[in-house]
Structures are given as C-alpha cells and as structure tokens.
Design a protein around this ligand. Structure first.
Ligand code: SAM
Length: 280
C-alpha cells in the first residue's frame, strides 16, 4: 500500500530542479509546431496548497521555491520557472505550488496531449477532479511505469516521459531502469526525464551504473545537493537523469546549478554535478 504524499515536500529544493528541467524540455519541444505527447508516470495530485497543514508540517518549500521568490538576480531558466509558479499565485504571495502535471498542462498547446498516471487513491481522486473536462488530458489510475510503456511509441512520434517515483519500494530503482530500457526500445527518439533522490550514495552509484549498462545512448545527469552526503539521514541531494535531452539543456544547467547550489544552501558553493552518463 502506498503512503507517500508529495504535499509534505512540495516546492522543496528537489522540486525546483525537477520542475525547471521539465519546463526547459517542454519549451524545447514547443519550438516545432508538430504535436507531442507528455506522459507523467507518477503524476501526484496536480497542485499543492502551501497553507495546507501537511505542507506546513516541515515547510520544505522554505528550502526551495521560497528562497527564489523575491530575488532579482535569477539566471534565465530559474527566472522562467519562478515566473511560471507566480502565475499560479495571483496575489503575489506564495500560497500554491503547481505539480508536474499542472506545469505541463499550462505549457502544452491544443495540438499536444497529456497522459497522467497515478496509483494512490487520494492523489488520483484529486488529480481526476483537477483535470475533469479538460481537453487533451487523459488521467489514468494505473501503475505509471506499465501504463506509460503501453503508450509507446506515441502516435505523435514526439514526446517526453517524466518519471518521478516516490521510491517507497526499494525495487523501484531496478524497475525504473528496466522500464527505461523497454521504453527506449519502443520509442528510441523520445525524451525521458527520471528524478532520483540521494539518500545513500551507494544506491545512486548502482543506479548510474545500471543505466550505463543498459547501453541507452545520449544520457545526461544533473544533480543538486544542499548538504554533504550522509548515509541514511534523509535526502541530501537529488537529480534528474535525462535521455535524449534538448541540446540546450546542459548549457542552461551550467548556469543554473552553480547558482542554485549557492542560494539554496547556507554552506560553501558547488554541491552540484553535471555528467554525461552516455554519449550520443
Ligand atoms: N510528479 C509529481 C509532481 O511533480 O508534483 C510528484 C510525484 S510524487 C514524487 C510520486 C507519486 O507517485 C505519488 O503521488 C505516488 O502516489 C505515485 N506512485 C507511486 N507508485 C506509483 C506507480 N507505480 N504508478 C503511478 N503512481 C505511483
């Protein structure tokens, strides 16, 4: 049974990295008029009220989006991300945080299509309500890895698969690698974005090795840490592994990650990684 609820973590430093990478990939796909599809395998509820008691429990947004809200020195991609979140907060105060489905739906055009998968009974109910009657959006109560695979290759022949598991089950690390391999076999030219936490560094080494061992080409990794690694004492960093990234993403992250490593931590600069896991 699933117990994870993302509202406890909404807008934290991990969401900042995840969602600005998402925005950049979608902006890039939109450079062509041709339609594309967005498949969110772990969609969550769609939107997070930050005045909710669960969000306020640990106020994780204070480590992320809040730190950026009033700054006037934001690099291009961070400014784009903060501006987008501000569009969901019309009073100017940070009250609400959009999840990946809402960010994507906000950016997609009428010719594009969203598939949003979610398994948790509470989250799927919230997600279904949020997107009810909206054209171009399919909300699916299913295992996102299995259902996402069944949707490939998409009829549009262009698309992004966003994989953002909660890693409640340790086997999820193995499952995401096997699924990425199966997905890229069916749809080799698609873009895939996998989020991961750093809790025990050894597990991340194994994940990276497993991805390299698949032989999937054109894979880049972007990671942001707010504390030094500490085995098993909570999430110290998180990252995105992107297959077939826009060619512009690495340059954007070269600007973005040093900045975030500085403003989202109170320690020395430089807790970030940019790595090519596999060349083209
Ligand atoms: N992507 C969301 C966002 O940016 O707002 C957050 C997603 S949260 C990290 C992970 C979600 O995956 C949770 O809502 C959880 O219920 C859901 N989940 C866990 N296992 C799943 C599975 N096998 N298929 C679909 N959803 C799953």
């Amino acid at each position: 049974m699933l117990s994870y609820r993302h509202i406890f973590h909404a807008g934290n430093f991990a969401d900042v990295l995840k969602h600005l990478v998402l925005i950049h990939i979608i902006d890039y796909l939109k450079k062509k008029d041709k339609p594309f599809c967005y498949i969110d395998t772990h969609a969550g509820p769609g939107k997070y009220p930050l005045d909710n008691e669960f969000a306020l429990k640990n106020r994780e947004f204070d480590s992320g989006i809040s730190q950026l809200w009033h700054r006037d020195d934001l690099p291009e991609l961070v400014a784009r991300y903060v501006d987008l979140v501000k569009q969901f907060n019309d009073t100017g105060d940070l009250k609400s945080y959009p999840g990946s489905p809402l960010i994507a739906q906000h950016l997609l055009r009428k010719q594009d299509h969203l598939f949003l998968c979610e398994l948790h009974s509470t989250e799927i109910a919230l997600l279904t309500k949020r997107f009810k009657g909206i054209r171009g959006v399919d909300v699916v109560h299913a295992d996102g890895l299995k259902h996402g695979l069944s949707l490939l290759p998409p009829s549009q022949h262009r698309g992004l698969v966003m994989i953002d598991p909660s890693y409640e089950i340790k086997n999820d690390y193995r499952l995401v690698v096997d699924t990425l391999l199966a997905m890229t076999k069916r749809f080799a030219t698609g873009t895939y974005a996998l989020w991961y936490p750093v809790i025990e560094r050894d597990r991340n080494h194994r994940l990276e090795k497993a991805i390299i061992a698949t032989g999937i080409k054109n894979v880049q990794l972007f990671e942001l840490g707010v504390r030094a690694d500490s085995s098993g004492h909570g999430m110290t960093a998180s990252g995105m592994i992107v297959i077939n990234p826009p060619w512009t993403l690495a340059a954007q992250m070269e600007q973005t990650l040093p900045y975030l490593a500085k403003v989202l931590t109170d320690k020395a600069d430089g807790i970030y990684r940019i790595k090519v896991l596999a060349g083209e």
